[in-house]
Design a protein around this ligand. Structure first.
Ligand code: SF4
Length: 101
């Protein structure tokens, strides 16, 4: 059985590595799961239905085969998808993607 003193010495020896991994895992958690403050809408009247936004970011944009326009799938854009949503808005042929930050 390992004594508490041995555990403490082991912790001290690897303290910086443990703290680094703790910070790193917290950062990864935020990167993939934290929702950002960005909201996005589509002006259906302006959407030309070319599906570019769906091709770029299917996690946020979905094409509706009945209405022939795209829809938004999320209330808030996850942080790690904000840049690709900005790209979709910049490339949107109908200027139909409206970003609120
Ligand atoms: S990129 Fe713009 S025009 Fe094309 S489907 Fe998406 S919202 Fe509509």
């Amino acid at each position: 059985m390992v004594g508490i003193g041995a555990l403490y010495i082991g912790y001290e020896a690897r303290k910086s590595e443990i703290e680094f991994l703790s910070r790193k895992s917290s950062g990864i958690w935020e990167l993939f799961f934290k929702e950002g403050n960005m909201k996005v809408k589509i002006d259906k009247e302006s959407c030309m239905g070319d599906r570019n936004c769906n091709d770029l970011c299917p996690e946020v944009f979905q094409y509706d085969e009945d209405e022939l326009v795209s829809h938004i799938l999320v209330d808030e854009v996850p942080k790690h998808l904000e840049d690709v949503v900005r790209q979709a808005a910049a490339e949107c042929a109908g200027d139909a993607i409206i970003i609120e930050e």
